[in-house]
Design a protein around this ligand. Structure first.
Ligand code: GUN
Ligand code: FE
Length: 421
């Protein structure tokens, strides 16, 4: 579907600033953005016009890290730290996905909420179970959204009911998932998903890395999130220089790897992430809720590491990625105040960039309205935020980000295709 959409346009080409075009036109041709204009060029005059005058028009947001099976219990167990939270909340809940009826009900809730949200692309974790993960992917595929889904792999330090009994069995199940998902789905592609080093043996990781290479699949996992977890990794991988090095020795780090968190990266780890082209999914809400800490995002950015945002539901309590944008800014202010005055707080524009073009790069040419970018677009009705004073489009966009709960996503396109809201 080719179209022109008119509205108050706001997007990000560079982290330093927002680009805004009041009453502008964004043109979609063959699913791709042909450009943004303040007057519509004659050559596009014959295209159908969608008039969203007075509403905000932005690129869809990219959630680089979210756990689909944890959506159903978001907001619970928030007084715990990571390892206890996994043992008492996440693992028991995820074990229920052996039951396809339960999985169907819960995944419908997740996919419906994602469809209606400001997010257009996501990289998500499912559970260990191949049938339930295929069911989730089927539902996501039907939603019109795009992204990656991972069948979770884990073969140690997990309860028996949520553990692959051997590395071989874990690799076999992963391969079955990769094969079936590659055959059946187009818009959601399978990702290799070792849960994290504490739950994955070296042998399992090695075999998973080979599968990722063989199937051209991305890799997603967790890195340096929590101090107890990091201690555990040190004892499990005594030869590794660091947590990131443990993954690297097992062949897991590359430009198609996304690692959630990096709250406590050492300098060598930051260098390694940069060298390998790994994307970090910064998940500030989760880092606060389960008391992991404050990720040194400014340090990562200064070193040239790619950083996007993740909701990390249910460590994070909401899939609303605007919340991740403002949480990222707020957390960085505390980091500057309490930890290191050399690391300036993130600006809203930098955090918005991470949620759009920055994180979008993990999915392709996604997250901007520059020509050639896939046409992921949301229309935001900010009429719920009335104001007596005149506000620029940029100011309205700022408020919409901080007060996203008071705005409505009224229209959404992914790669030029309309999404039913
Ligand atoms: N580390 C390993 N598994 C998880 C998980 O489910 N959530 C978070 N936040 N961290 C993890
Ligand atoms: Fe996570």
């Amino acid at each position: 579907m080719d179209f022109v959409l008119r509205g108050d346009i706001c997007y990000s080409e560079r982290p330093e600033r927002l680009t805004t075009v009041p009453g502008g036109y964004v043109v979609c041709a063959d699913g791709v953005c042909a450009g943004v204009f303040d007057t519509l060029p004659e050559r596009y005059a014959a295209l159908p016009l969608i008039d969203e005058s007075g509403r905000l028009v932005m690129p869809g947001l990219c959630d680089l890290h979210v756990h689909a099976p944890q959506f159903a219990y978001r907001g619970l167990g928030m007084d715990l730290e990571l390892l206890e939270w996994l043992a008492t909340r996440a693992f028991p809940e995820e074990s229920k996905y052996a039951d396809l009826d339960y999985a169907g009900l819960a995944y419908d809730l997740f996919v419906d909420a994602m469809r209606k949200s400001a997010t257009t692309r996501l990289s998500c974790f499912a559970t260990l179970h191949v049938p339930a993960t295929l069911l989730l992917t089927e539902k996501l595929e039907k939603s019109g959204l795009r992204g990656f889904v991972g069948k979770v792999s884990m073969d140690r330090n997990a309860p028996e009911f949520l553990c692959e009994c051997s590395a071989e069995r874990g690799a076999k199940d992963c391969e079955k998932w990769l094969r079936e998902a590659s055959d059946r789905f187009i818009q959601f592609r399978p990702a290799v998903t070792p849960r994290f080093i504490p739950a994955c043996s070296d042998e399992l990781c090695r075999q998973l890395a080979n599968l990722a290479a063989e199937y051209g699949a991305p890799v997603q996992s967790h890195l340096s999130e929590n101090l107890e977890e990091i201690k555990l990794v040190r004892t499990l991988c005594p030869d590794a220089q660091s947590y990131a090095d443990a993954y690297d020795r097992l062949g897991m780090l590359g430009p198609r790897t996304v690692m959630a968190h990096a709250v406590y990266p050492e300098d060598e780890e930051i260098e390694l992430l940069k060298t390998r082209g790994v994307t970090v999914a910064h998940c500030p809400a989760s880092n606060m809720n389960i008391r992991s800490g404050i990720a040194p995002v400014r340090k990562l950015l200064r070193a040239g590491v790619r950083v996007g945002l993740g909701s990390d539901v249910a460590g994070g309590q909401t899939i609303d990625l605007f919340r991740a944008v403002t949480d990222a800014v707020q957390a960085s202010k505390l980091y500057w105040r309490l930890v290191d005055k050399n690391d300036l707080a993130l600006t809203l524009s930098e955090a918005f960039y991470m949620a759009t073009k920055g994180g979008g790069a993990f999915f392709g040419r996604v997250g901007s309205f520059e020509p050639g970018y896939e046409m992921d677009l949301i229309v935001l009705d900010d009429a719920g935020l009335p104001h007596p004073q005149a506000l620029s489009v940029e100011e309205r966009a700022q408020r919409a980000m901080y007060l996203s709960g008071e705005c409505a996503v009224t229209r959404k396109f992914v790669a030029g295709q309309p999404i039913e809201l």
